[in-house]
Design a protein around this ligand. Structure first.
Ligand SMILES: [Zn+2]
Ligand SMILES: [Zn+2]
Length: 223
């Protein structure tokens, strides 16, 4: 499966090391991707002894119920995510979706929705990287237009954590009621979780009973 996904338009040069490759990544770079293998908190996907709910999620429960992530947001996952997001390398979407898909069960999920971009940013970029990843997960339940972004906040990476939460408050709107729905939210990278927390809060305000995050990469705190 991964083998098939790795064979893309880049032909014979690895996207990461530029060495010989049969597809997007050479065998060595594919093997060395920073996969999340340690026990993780089921709610936020940060490392947690024994895979228990972590202290932060216990003391300040997020609006989402679970997070599934494939990679740590370290090299070269950051390079791949960045190239898809900002450089129009759409061929990376099936590769990243192919890494995420084995992490998902998705049984009992009624709707799969990508984190939306504002109409203006979508127009400028030409595509929504989260929607591209979601599309390649191959789920019938995909509904790209279930949520809208009402305004684009300043880039989150420039803000400290508590400001990130304020920054995204009220940024999303559901296009219809979702009474009793179980929803998966797809994004490329989860950093503090403030954006996904706001998405989940919005979905639950519209009636959703369960919201889980499906993200390609998770930013880990580094000591
Ligand atoms: Zn390589
Ligand atoms: Zn947690």
């Amino acid at each position: 499966m991964l083998e098939r996904l790795l064979s893309g338009r880049f032909g014979c040069s690895c996207f990461v090391c530029r060495g010989a490759a049969r597809g997007l990544l050479c065998a060595q770079c594919a093997a060395e991707l920073p996969r999340l293998a340690r026990p993780l908190c089921p709610r936020c996907a940060l490392e947690s002894p024994g895979g228990a709910i972590c202290g932060r999620c216990l003391s300040q429960p997020p609006a989402y119920d679970a997070t599934h992530a494939a990679l740590a947001y370290d090299f070269p996952a950051d390079t791949l995510v960045h190239a898809l997001k900002f450089r129009g390398e759409l061929a990376l979407a099936p590769l990243l979706a192919g890494l995420l898909a084995p992490k998902l069960r998705g049984d009992g999920i009624d709707h799969v929705v990508p984190v939306p971009l504002s109409a203006e940013r979508l127009r400028r970029r030409g595509y929504n990287q989260a929607a591209e990843i979601a599309r390649h997960l191959g789920r019938d339940a995909l509904e790209v237009a279930l949520c809208e972004r009402t305004r684009e906040a300043p880039p989150q990476m420039e803000l400290p954590y508590d400001e990130r939460q304020r920054n995204v408050r009220g940024a999303f709107r559901c296009t219809r009621a979702l009474i009793g729905a179980r929803i998966a939210v797809v994004d490329d990278v989860m950093t503090t979780g403030a954006t996904l927390d706001e998405m989940a809060r919005t979905l639950k305000a519209a009636g959703a009973v369960h919201v889980e995050n499906w993200v390609v990469a998770r930013t880990l705190p580094h000591a």
